[in-house]
Design a protein around this ligand. Structure first.
Ligand code: ADP
Length: 456
């Protein structure tokens, strides 16, 4: 493969700024493409509340400044666009300042090449935050990757007018929908799993854009996300209590004992520990767990350790349940990367009961840590987790169909049965730990996609 020059544009990049899986996905893909010999550069916004390593000022881009980071040898080169006056107490402001910030990012995506004297072969935009870029006139071909169709970036057009020539992106109703504009204008659209690529062409999952997505035909491609096993690897993870691997998973028992001592000291050491690490939003099916918990406390002996932040009502409910059952339920609110690692390592089972899930990374992390995922059959969850069959020994998790508390309860009870079966459980854990979802395995598919884009 001839090395290509690829400029990725995104709101998040793991190591620099992360609120969810987008950051891991962009960094993981960027790293794998750089390892494969491509010249990958990444442009993200600067956020005042995110402390960043020192950077060089490369000059003016529109109303902002372009900052360049020293990147690890061989890794993608990182640029931040610093536009003053757009910050709030969180990465995303949730108001029109987000529109302004990401409109500037779109303009800068095209201007960057002139500033640093480097013209990309492909402009690869991620999610709504970067999705205005393809609608700007430019000779550089564009690809848009949808990480979550549920976030489209809809604003009054007045919020972005004047930042750039976005006429092609404006809707008749006086608004601008960033993602929709990108889906129309990009030379190729990808999303982060084959199943999600099919689902979003249907009204049930299309979030109002299924018609447009269907019209794009073969120009909508699903490529499964990968895992960066340099970070997510129990054999070398510095953030967990004891290291282990598939050949010798004994360290996992110590990781569990530590997690129990830390979060659920009153729980029964022999009973299974169920973990969940999630944004607390309707998409993730947290409410399904909340509704299922009273029954599960009676029907099983499992303990539950949940880490998440988001919807205030869901947080309050989980806090209340943990206070009422301190020996069975632990809830940590907030964003805590080290605790997330300790849960992946220390739990026996891991819940991902999503209503929809474009790819989902947490179930793949759980698999690597020998923590059996209990998931709903949707999107990338359907593409990565197969329901275990104790008879044949095939499968790596527990999978349910219906997004209701009964479905979740059924799947969790199956997994708890396997946990109690000394013939089945080690086999299931081995299946989980030896599955390989590394990014290297996705490079070919992305290279093929870039070739299509360039040949337009
Ligand atoms: P999404 O991007 O929709 O939130 P993914 O499964 O793709 O879901 O990615 C979630 C990522 O965010 C994972 O790396 C997960 O460990 C991390 N994460 C989610 N919530 C938290 C939290 N409260 N603390 C630490 N990490 C979290």
């Amino acid at each position: 493969m001839i090395p290509m020059k690829i400029l990725m544009v995104a709101a998040e990049y793991a190591g620099l700024v992360k609120t969810g899986g987008l950051a891991d996905a962009v960094a993981g893909l960027g790293g794998a493409l750089a390892d494969a010999g491509h010249d990958v550069r990444v442009l993200v916004p600067a956020y005042a509340r995110v402390t960043s390593p020192p950077a060089r000022d490369r000059g003016r881009v529109g109303e902002g400044r372009l900052l360049e980071h020293d990147s690890p040898a061989g890794g993608p080169r990182l640029y931040r666009l610093d536009v003053p006056g757009l910050d709030a107490g969180s990465v995303y402001t949730g108001d029109d300042r987000d529109a302004v910030r990401f409109a500037h990012l779109a303009v800068a995506a095209h201007a960057l090449g002139g500033v640093i004297g480097w013209r990309p072969d492909v402009l690869h935009c991620h999610d709504w935050h970067a999705a205005l870029a393809p609608s700007l006139r430019s000779p550089v071909p564009t690809m848009l990757t949808v990480h979550n169709l549920g976030y489209q970036g809809v604003f009054p057009r007045s919020a972005v007018e004047g930042v750039g020539d976005f006429d092609a992106a404006f809707e008749a109703d006086g608004r601008v929908n960033f993602l929709k504009a990108g889906l129309r204008a990009a030379d190729l659209v990808t999303t982060v799993s084959p199943t999600y690529a099919r689902e979003i062409r249907t009204p049930e999952y299309g979030m109002g854009l299924d018609g447009l997505l269907g019209d794009r035909g073969d120009d909508l491609v699903g490529i499964l996300n990968g895992v960066d096993y340099r970070t997510w690897e129990p054999a070398s993870d510095p953030l967990i209590h004891a290291r282990y691997d598939a050949a010798d998973p004994s360290g996992k028992r110590r990781a569990k004992a530590s997690l129990r001592a830390e979060r659920l000291p009153g729980s029964d050491a022999e009973s299974p520990l169920v973990g969940m690490v999630s944004r607390l939003v309707f998409q993730k099916g947290v409410d399904l767990l909340i509704d299922a918990l009273p029954g599960l406390l009676g029907r099983t002996r499992a303990g539950f350790v949940v880490l998440g932040s988001g919807d205030a009502a869901l947080e309050r409910t989980l806090e209340g349940m943990a206070a009422a059952h301190p020996d069975r339920i632990a809830f940590a609110s907030g964003y805590d990367e080290p605790l997330a690692h300790r849960i992946y390592a220390g739990a026996d089972l891991f819940l991902v009961p999503s209503r929809y899930e474009p790819c989902g990374l947490t179930q793949m992390y759980a698999l690597r840590y020998g923590t059996i995922p209990v998931v709903r059959r949707t999107g990338g969850l359907a593409d990565t987790v197969r329901h275990f069959d104790p008879g044949s020994g095939q499968g790596n998790g527990s999978v349910f169909e219906d997004a209701d508390p009964g479905g979740l309860t059924w799947a969790l009870e199956r997994a708890i049965e396997w946990y109690g079966d000394p013939a089945a459980w080690p086999r299931l854990v081995r299946n989980a730990m030896t599955a390989d979802f590394s990014w290297d395995r996705r490079v070919d598919a992305y290279e093929a996609a870039y070739r299509r884009v360039v040949s337009r």
